[in-house]
Design a protein around this ligand. Structure first.
Ligand SMILES: [Zn+2]
Length: 322
């Protein structure tokens, strides 16, 4: 089917018909604008539906730290006699499979959940985990977004206020130390980056760093300008992740496989290179459509452009941020 792309720019400069562009990249088929729009409109429901059937893969990392993959964002897990600590809560539809995976790791009850940020694919499971007995810890901006109706422009989705049980019970503004299971977890605010509430969590004893969605391993990242995200802040967060990691550090990215410092460096280099390219074109006065047509991400698409954020959407996210 012939389809000529006709951008429909929203007032914030996004092309509304491409928000779900991952859908046609993944299927390999061109969709009509209304089909693309219909899929974009349901991006959140689509992810929830996918989680309902996805298996949960358990990666044991080091010491008592593991990673669960398959329910939205990657979930970090620390086991021990004080109870499990989860970093991110996944999507509620995976509850039974998450419980099975956690039970396979140990019989400890779930005592803490730390949200790296407020997005549904990281905090949707807060309510049932709270019912299991977990205290929920997050940055104060994460609690703010969860507690009120919040729209994500780029997903064209309105989230209602989260139920009372899903609201973080302990919040902080810059950093927080959690002593648990005979070890130490360091929670650190990045400043505005992927959203305005992102934190890193370091399992100091095992030397494992959970970066939340400031780092997508192998994929162009999403930047949520609707809730205070920032391109330059994402680059700063990546520099902070690099500074916090050594060659021995195991890195849990928000999305993608278990990672390390060398791969974090590749990600930083990609972000900086695309930023430079798009900023240069924008400075020349090129329009967003002209810049998308110039394909400034061409050198990186084969490696980074195969997931939820397509080369086109990523170019737009960078354009808005420079
Ligand atoms: Zn996110």
């Amino acid at each position: 089917m012939a389809y000529v792309h006709q951008p429909q720019l929203s007032r914030r400069g996004f092309c509304l018909c491409c928000l779900g562009s991952a859908t046609f990249a993944a299927s390999g088929a061109w969709l009509t604008p209304s089909e693309v729009f219909a899929q974009a409109r349901n991006v959140v429901d689509n992810m929830r539906a996918a989680a309902a059937n996805a298996p949960i893969k358990v990666h044991t990392l080091r010491g008592s730290v593991s990673m669960l993959e398959g329910s939205g964002g990657n979930i970090g897990v620390l086991t021990g006699p004080d109870g499990k600590v989860l970093v991110d809560a996944g999507i509620t539809a995976s509850r039974s499979r998450i419980l099975e995976s956690l039970a396979d790791l140990s019989r400890d009850p779930i005592r803490h959940v730390i949200n790296t940020h407020w997005h549904f694919d990281h905090a949707d499971g807060n309510e049932w985990l709270h019912k299991e007995g977990a205290a929920i810890i997050a940055h104060e901006n994460t609690r703010r977004h969860l507690a009120m109706a919040t729209r994500v422009e780029e997903w064209n989705f309105n989230f209602p206020p989260a139920p009372a049980g899903a609201i973080p019970t302990e919040v902080f503004s810059t950093n927080k130390t959690l002593k648990v299971n005979g070890g130490t977890l360091e929670l650190k605010y990045y400043g505005p980056s992927h959203t305005d509430g992102d934190i890193s969590v370091t399992f100091t004893d095992a030397d494992v760093l959970h970066t939340g969605d400031t780092y997508w391993n192998g994929f162009y990242p999403f930047i949520d300008y609707s809730t205070g995200g920032s391109l330059d802040g994402t680059i700063r967060a990546t520099e902070a992740n690099l500074a916090a990691a050594t060659d021995r550090t195991i890195v849990i990215p928000g999305h993608g496989p278990v990672s390390n410092k060398a791969q974090l460096r590749d990600y930083r280099d990609m972000l900086v290179a695309v930023r430079e390219k798009v900023a240069g074109l924008k400075k020349q006065g090129r329009s967003l459509d002209e810049i998308v047509t110039a394909n400034p991400t061409a050198d990186f698409d084969a490696k980074w452009g195969r997931f939820a954020v397509s080369p086109m959407l990523f170019t737009k996210l960078v354009y808005v941020g420079v």
